[in-house]
Design a protein around this ligand. Structure first.
Ligand SMILES: Cc1ncc(COP(=O)(O)O)c(C=O)c1O
Length: 498
């Protein structure tokens, strides 16, 4: 059954390491390894053919590195089926996108109804080749759907503890675009002035434009001189147990004081994530983020919270700001916002967003009808059903299952919250932790002798396995596949140690 043995994977790995070239991408998720050739798995003729064809017609820059590169035929709920007919439990939700699961019937029906396309599948075509439905692109116009989606999202945000500052929504087509627009708004409010943007080191906010500029650290090449990085607690929350312990804020306070002394009134805004996702799932004590918010208030800076990954229930509540005790000026949303339909947004005070002049925050796709329909349908599901209550139960199952996995020799530590976890691999024998992580992804993809296989992202920060299934995954399934993950990693650990 093994497609490629763990040893063979480890061999390929050193080649991949040599191919790591762009230092600016070393903190970005799953992107910093490059496969030297099209990935192949034994016994997967259809998958191998498609992987080969993709490799021929798409540049490597299109893909993020993952050693399995599953070729998915269809997906339902928390499962994928590959083109070769294998079932995979989805521990990724896409990339933390399909929070409701893949292709929920009621959700799709709602999306289509919102667009006026609900009857399309059943209606006869009649004489017309066109359906009278909402236009997909309403650029230079408005629709009732866009108006309602904006009002609904705003109302949902404002109903949460800490959501009181949000008065308007600015739409975007991707998370990094929404980050860019949030930073544009902050800079526009100080037009003509020398501005400093503060960002937390090792964060990930996207690869493009200003989103790329606030990602990573000052040691990366070609940094934007307007961005100053500050430390984010990582060692203090390297395990679940540590995170529940106290955090010494003194070094962070000193760093902020030094920044204040150096930059003074040039300080314009501060951007951070509730937890460092791409850097390996570091979930800080709330006091740290509260300190940053206080610093912003004291220095009249906009406090921008990047919830692109955490929004819509990932960490427990609808938004992480609610349980971290924060009241951001601007919150940036994406990924799960449309449950798979590309859509992102930012919410903020009218006064701040009004700094952008006519059209400065606009583009072809932002606020398009499909995106708005997806947001309305997703909000409907969260507001009318007990998704968050189920997610809280799932969080308990994940925590128990992953803490058991933490006991394995191939695992160094586990951290996370809600339905977003990281499993940091350990070195085994002569294999580095990074090699072990890659081998784990591939072994989980191959599955166990009972055919239980798991779809994982390529390792975060080289060695951290991301576990983030849809919030709707059945508890029995979660238990079953966490058991499978345990058995698979235990078996792999023995193989690598020998
Ligand atoms: C926290 C965070 N911010 C921003 C982004 C960028 O979003 P996108 O890939 O949609 O541009 C990501 C994507 O992984 C993210 O995790």
């Amino acid at each position: 059954m093994p497609a490629t043995s763990a040893m063979a994977v480890a061999g390929v790995k050193s080649e991949q390491n040599r191919l790591m070239s762009n230092p600016q991408t070393t903190d970005t998720p799953e992107s910093h390894r490059e496969a030297p050739q099209a990935i192949e798995h034994a016994g997967e003729p259809l998958g191998n053919a498609l992987r080969g064809r993709l490799y021929d017609v798409e540049p490597i820059g299109q893909r993020t590195y993952t050693p399995s590169l599953a070729v998915i035929d269809r997906s339902a709920g928390a499962f994928h089926w590959t083109v070769d007919g294998r079932k995979l439990a989805d521990f990724t939700s896409g990339v933390l996108v399909a929070n409701l699961g893949h292709n929920p019937v009621r959700w799709w029906q709602r999306v289509l109804d919102e667009l006026g396309l609900g009857a399309l599948a059943t209606a006869g075509q009649g004489d017309s080749a066109f359906s009278a439905a909402v236009p997909l692109c309403a650029y230079n116009a408005g629709t009732e759907l866009e108006t309602r989606a904006t009002e609904r999202l705003l109302a949902n945000l404002r109903a949460q503890p800490g959501g009181g500052r949000f008065e308007q929504i600015l739409w975007a087509a991707s998370g990094s675009e929404a980050i860019q627009k949030a930073l544009w708004a902050a800079l526009a409010a100080r037009r003509g002035h020398d501005c400093v943007i503060v960002a937390t080191r090792h964060g990930f906010h996207g690869k493009k434009g200003l989103a790329g500029a606030v990602t990573g650290s000052e040691s990366d090449a070609d940094r934007d001189p307007r961005v100053r990085f500050i430390s984010f607690p990582m060692q203090e929350c390297a395990t679940v147990a540590q995170r529940n312990g106290p955090l010494d804020l003194a070094p962070y306070e000193q760093e902020l004081s030094a920044l204040q002394a150096a930059c003074g009134s040039r300080l314009c805004c501060l951007i951070t994530e509730p937890y460092l996702g791409a850097a390996g799932s570091y979930h800080p004590q709330p006091e740290y983020l509260q300190l940053l918010e206080r610093f912003c208030r004291e220095n009249e800076m906009l406090f921008i919270l990047d919830e692109v990954q955490s929004n819509f229930g990932r960490t427990g509540p609808m938004y992480a700001f609610a349980h971290y005790g924060l009241e951001p000026d601007i919150v940036v949303l994406g990924k799960g916002l449309g449950n798979g339909v590309p859509v992102a947004a930012l919410a903020g005070p009218e006064e701040s967003l009004a700094a952008l002049k006519y059209g400065e925050g606009s583009d072809t796709w932002s606020g398009n009808s499909l995106a708005c329909a997806a947001v309305v349908a997703t909000l409907d599901e969260f507001e009318a059903n007990d998704i968050l209550a189920h997610a809280a139960r799932l969080a308990g199952v994940l925590e128990r299952g992953l803490l058991r996995i933490e006991e394995l020799d191939a695992v160094a530590r586990v951290r996370g919250e809600g339905v977003v976890w990281g499993v940091e691999c350990a070195a085994v024998g002569r294999h580095s932790a990074d090699d072990v992580a890659v081998a784990c992804v591939e072994a989980c993809y191959r599955g166990d002798e009972r055919g239980r296989a798991i779809h994982l992202l390529g390792p975060l920060a080289g060695r951290v396995l991301r576990v983030s299934p849809p919030l709707t995954m059945a508890l029995d399934d979660a238990e079953d596949y966490l058991d499978a993950m345990y058995d698979i990693i235990r078996g792999l650990g023995k193989e690598l140690a020998s």
